[in-house]
Design a protein around this ligand. Sequence first.
Ligand code: FES
Length: 118
Amino acid sequence: MSDKLQEGLKKAAMATAERHLFLCLGPDCCNPSDGEKTWEYIKLRVRESGIRAMRTKAACFRICTNGPWLVVYPEGVWYPQVTPERFEQILQRHLLGGEPIAEWIVVRSAFGTCEAAD
Ligand code: FES
C-alpha cells in the first residue's frame, strides 16, 4: 500500500469510525446554499462533539425533493430537510444519545432491507 493511500485512509478515519453520514446538498432536493450551511454545521459539530463518524457529501440520492437529505449508516436511517437546527437534534438524540428520531425518519434502509416509515 502506498504512503499516499495509507495517509488518505488515516485522514478519513476509516479504522475508527462508528458511523458514516452522507448529506445531499442539492441542487434539486434543496437550495444548494441551504445544503452548504447544513454541511458546514455538520463538519463543525462532528469535530466539536468528538463522535467517531465519517462524513461525505453526496451529489444526489435521486430523491430530489425535501432535502437536504442525511443518511446515517450503519443504521440506514434517512432524514429529510436537515437544517443545522435539525442536525443538532439528530446529533444529540441519535448520534450521541443512541435513539434515532423516529418522527423524522422517512426510510430505514439497513443493507438487505428497506422499510418506508408510516
Ligand atoms: S439533489 Fe438531493 S436527492 Fe437529488
